[in-house]
Every structure is written in C-alpha cells, then in structure tokens.
Design a protein around this ligand. Sequence first.
Ligand code: SF4
Ligand code: SF4
Length: 289
Amino acid sequence: MQIAVSGGKGGTGKSTVAVNLAVALAESFKLVLADLDVEAPNDHLLLGVEPANEREVREFMPRFDYSKCTRCRKCAEVCEEHAIVTLRDGTPFLMPNLCSGCRACEIVCPVPGAIGEAFKVIGHTYVTETPYGFNLVSGKLKEGEERSMPLVVEAKKRARSLPHELLLVDTAAGTGNTVSKAIEGSELLIAVTEPTPLGIHDTELILRLGRLMEMPMWVVINRADLGDRRRVYALAEKYGADVVAEIPYSENIVRSYVQGKPVVLWKVPEARVFRGLAGKVVDFLGGGE
Ligand code: SF4
Ligand code: SF4
C-alpha cells in the first residue's frame, strides 16, 4: 500500500504532517517513509537523524573518441538539450550540465566507437534507520544538477525494495512531473494546505492533479487559525475531497522542528491531531497489524 502527502505550495507543513503521520502509523504498519523532495529533502532533520547508506545515482554521458569521430555533427543535431556544441570543423564538445543522458547521440552516431560511455553522478539516495521503528528513504539532487526526475525514480525504487506494508511518500512542492511520479500508485493523496490566498490557489492545483490521477483525496489545514478556513472547505468540496484535520499554529510544533523530535510523541494537544489523522488512515486502509 502507498499513500502520499503533498501540498501545492512550499512551506505549508507538508513534511511536518508526513513525519508525524509516519511515526504514528509505524505503530500499525511496517512502514517506509520516502522523502521525494529531492531538491530540498528535510524529513531527516524533523526526525533528528543523519542520512546513511549513501548510494550514487548516475546518468549516461557521451565520451567522444576524437581519433574515430568524422566531425559529421549528427550528434549535435539530434541533441534536444543542446548539450553538444561543435567547432567550425565539426568537432563535438559536451556541456555535461545540459546532458539528460537520453543516448540519442550514441544511437545516431554513424561511426562505431566514436561515442563511448561515461557517467556523471547526479545525486544520492539514502536509507536511514530511525529510532521510531521505520526506515526513511531520501533522495538528494547534487548541487548544480537540474533534472530531479531520475533521483525521484531511484529513491522511490529503493524505498519500494525495502520490506514494508505501507509506503508513505512525501513529495516536493508544486505539481510538476516529479510530484506526479512521486504520487503515482497511491491509494490516497493527502494535500496539506494553509488557509491563505496563495495556499488555497496552489492547493487547487494539487487537487486537480489528484482528480486527474483518480485517487481519493483528503485535505489537512495547517495553521488553520491564521486564515479563512471556509474557503478551504469550499475548495475541498468542489474536488470531492474531505477535510480531515485542522492543525492550529503551534509553538510546540516549531520547537519540535528545532529539537528534531516529532511532536506526535509529545504530551501536548497537537499530538492528538496527528494521532487522530493516523487513526483515519488506518481505518481507510483497513487495519494494519
Ligand atoms: S545523451 Fe542525449 S542529452 Fe546527452 S548529449 Fe547525448 S543526445 Fe544530448
Ligand atoms: S555523430 Fe559521431 S562521428 Fe559524428 S560528430 Fe558526433 S561523435 Fe563524431
């Protein structure tokens, strides 16, 4: 089983919900939490753990053998990323940061051996044992790299390869193709929002995506006391989503970030909100152990 926690806008508290939900749900399921916000993963910070078991994610890059290359320019012409520039005599040069690893240049090159294989490391995945009875899998894109999709795919694959009953996916902000990839295969999409005009605007985008992907949707309102919650309820109704929890603005939650200790384990009223949400997920998924 898989569920996803997402939110159109950055900074809505998506990771707070994912992490606290994971801690509570780990009492009912053998759980893996996947932090697929590969440009800015932060679940490990909220859980107070150091990413471990690093594994490189590599991508193909062409390596030119100039002793064989006939300077025909076909590789540069086929490259949609414009990652190959040619000199006046046709000699090809690669701009590695633009290369997407599609291999079109290798396929089109008419001279056997003129393009060989090289690889570049575009990021890393991690599997970290947490003190809360579940593993955290995360992906981190290398600085300067722009293509996050291969990282999302690899991190998700690594998460799925671990023994689990429930995979809880924490996506990036926005509604780009990496978010769709992260959400793909989920039984339930939980959209975290805040009742501000920007939060509501971006939540509509994620609910639109969820409807397109035909999955049941829930909405969690974070900092619920700081805006007009009625607009969130109206939006949820429009998309057939249920508003399942309201989290008030809370200094305890802020303190829990700083300490790297999930608030769901604290003896404070906020913990009950996350436990209540976890209970609803257990009911929705039909049990656990
Ligand atoms: S692998 Fe694809 S993106 Fe990279 S240089 Fe070749 S054609 Fe261009
Ligand atoms: S397609 Fe092959 S032979 Fe032609 S310029 Fe590129 S590397 Fe050289």
